[in-house]
Write a protein that binds this ligand. Structure first.
Ligand code: AMP
Length: 121
């Protein structure tokens, strides 16, 4: 499946829809999630057209990878979560219910997050 240039984060990157920006660097942008699942909930996306972590891991340059990771760490620090802890989450594909087909890391924190996954049995 090819990259959908009309996905919501592509529109954010083109400035066609606004975001509540936290920080950015040459290759990555961070903004607050529109529907926060915890007191702090940020998204960190690469500026390149990567629909999921699979494509990013296979095709991104070393500079893109390091910039995205560095921004994730910067945002955790800016949100004051490095001491209290946080969860870093990357939904990838159907079983993970990835909704937006542009790679994004979620940082959630600000209170105790409980178990990693809801139990299903
Ligand atoms: P995922 O299920 O991992 O694809 O998560 C997509 C996330 O994007 C959800 O947490 C949404 O609340 C969030 N989201 C969707 N549209 C926007 C937007 N315009 N600005 C910020 N976050 C958004």
């Amino acid at each position: 499946m090819s990259y959908d240039t009309n996905n919501i984060f592509a529109k954010v990157l083109r400035g066609e829809i606004p975001c509540n920006k936290i920080a950015e660097n040459q290759h990555a942008l961070a903004f607050y999630d529109i529907n926060p699942q915890a007191p702090q909930h940020a998204l960190i996306i690469p500026k390149g057209a990567y629909q999921s972590f699979n494509e990013f891991a296979a095709m991104a340059t070393a500079d893109e990878m390091s910039a995205w990771l560095a921004l994730i760490a910067d945002v955790a620090k800016q949100l004051g979560l490095t001491d209290s802890g946080y969860r870093l989450l990357i939904n990838t594909g159907g079983d993970a219910a990835q909704e937006v087909p542009h790679l994004h890391a979620h940082i959630v924190g600000g209170h105790a997050l409980g178990r990693m996954l809801a139990t299903t049995a």
